[in-house]
Write a protein that binds this ligand. Structure first.
Ligand code: DCT
Ligand code: MG
Length: 409
């Protein structure tokens, strides 16, 4: 509605870093021709954009490709969607797309169908398919990836209830995933994220005074909801952050705030980014996948909640407490980084996933560099490039600085 309002009021639709080639032939139409840079990290992508009716469709196909572990196909659909997110106008006709990069034949076919018929038959049949719905339900269990979900699907399982009913062997993460399924598939609100931030801050300050805590992930990009809350923790004194995670986890556990936690020394990013791997300081990078027990009363601190009011079906038909409980489960990711890697970690954990992927691709293909959440390695100079801020890293990469709120690629 903000879009229709701004268009109706005649205010210009925000144009990010677009270079107008020519103005629209008809002055009333907001369809300027633009030069679209081909890497998402060269563009500004706001959270609220003009083409959700197209991007949501393309992202269904991307998700479906992920379910069948077809990464190339999935990335192709995500790149197409991302280009449309960066457009400063609503796409109404195919000729408005002719100079845009990353739009493959398949994506263009889907877009054409939506523009002509309002929907795409491929997208709708995917959405309705038993396989897509089952994969969505099964990968919606914390700790379950596409491979496991696909195996279960082929064994005839369709939902978390089926996992319980058939007594599937589940690891600890998956057991928690099934147990807190509804909560973990209920979006985390900004308000809930703020309450969690306060708790994490209290925990970290208690075990390491002077530590710095940054909210990363989608909430740092300005998202109003998320599937989890992501934090990055460091300390200005290099080395002070060592063995910090177990202390934080113990503090939280003592307060009864954790429903589940698993601390790992190696994050998935480390294992992927071979060449940029600094040999010695790598193993300090710690990550904790956790599930917090968040008291609803802390979120609605101005509404006094009594046990008796936490029930389904109040007089106005609303539910006062989620699932009729006084608390909810929330996924929280904690990452500890040495101060020297903090800028890289901040950039790497802010996302979006596609923005990160594109940054690494840009570094490798255009700059002969290797970027990870730990470091930036210049292959030509054969040395690591230092950075104390995200701005430094964009500068090393020869990219214009893009603030977090415009990294929603
Ligand atoms: N990340 C990444 N590549 C991945 C997974 C994560 O680069 N495969 C980075 C980018 C985002 C950050 O880590 C946090 O990940 P998520 O929490 O999964 O993403 P999000 O953007 O915070 O999304 P959500 O709002 O759903 O939590
Ligand atoms: Mg997140």
């Amino acid at each position: 509605s903000w879009l229709t309002e701004s268009m109706a009021s005649g205010n210009p639709v925000p144009i990010q870093d677009w270079h107008r080639l020519k103005t629209s032939p008809k002055p009333t139409e907001v369809t300027p021709a633009v030069i679209m840079k081909s890497y998402a990290c060269q563009r500004r992508t706001p959270l609220k954009h003009h083409n959700s009716f197209l991007t949501e469709a393309l992202e269904i196909l991307a998700e479906n490709a992920e379910f069948s572990e077809n990464e190339g196909r999935s990335v192709a659909f995500r790149r197409s969607a991302s280009v449309l997110k960066a457009l400063p106008y609503v796409v109404r006709a195919m000729n408005e797309l002719k100079d845009l990069p990353c739009l493959g034949e398949h994506s263009l076919r889907v877009i054409k169908e939506i523009l002509e018929d309002g929907t795409s038959s491929e997208v709708e049949s995917t959405r309705q398919s038993e396989q897509f719905q089952a994969m969505k339900a099964l990968t919606g269990v914390f700790g379950v990836g596409a491979r496991t979900a696909d195996r279960w699907f082929r064994e005839g399982l369709r939902s978390p209830e089926d996992l319980i009913r058939t007594g599937q062997k589940l690891n600890h993460a998956q057991q928690a995933g099934v147990q807190y399924y509804t909560d973990l598939n209920t979006p985390v609100t900004e308000k809930e994220a703020m309450v969690i931030s306060d708790i994490v801050e209290k925990a970290v300050k208690a075990v390491l005074p002077g530590a710095i805590i940054t909210l990363t992930g989608g909430f740092r990009r300005g998202k109003e909801v998320g599937h989890d809350v992501d934090f990055l923790i460091t300390h200005p004194e290099e080395g002070a952050e060592e063995r910090l995670m177990p202390k934080i986890v113990n503090w939280l556990e003592d307060q009864g705030l954790l429903l589940y936690q698993k601390t790992t020394r190696n994050s998935y990013l480390e294992s992927k980014d071979g060449p940029a791997r600094p040999p010695s300081n790598m193993d300090r990078f710690e990550r904790c996948f956790s599930i917090f027990k968040l008291e609803q009363a802390q979120v609605n601190s101005d509404t006094r909640l009594e046990a008796s009011s936490c029930n389904f079906g109040t007089t106005d038909g609303t539910q006062e407490c989620h699932s009729g409980s006084s608390w909810r489960a929330v996924r929280v990711d904690l990452v500890v980084s040495p101060y020297s890697q903090f800028a890289f970690a901040t950039l790497g954990w802010t996302g979006s996933k596609l923005f990160e992927r594109e940054l690494r691709r840009w570094a490798g293909q255009e700059k002969g560099m290797s970027l990870s959440s730990h470091a930036l390695y210049d292959s030509k100079q054969q040395r690591y490039l230092h950075a104390i801020s995200e701005e430094d890293i964009f500068a090393h990469l020869g990219l214009e600085y893009i603030p977090p709120s415009e990294r929603n690629a």
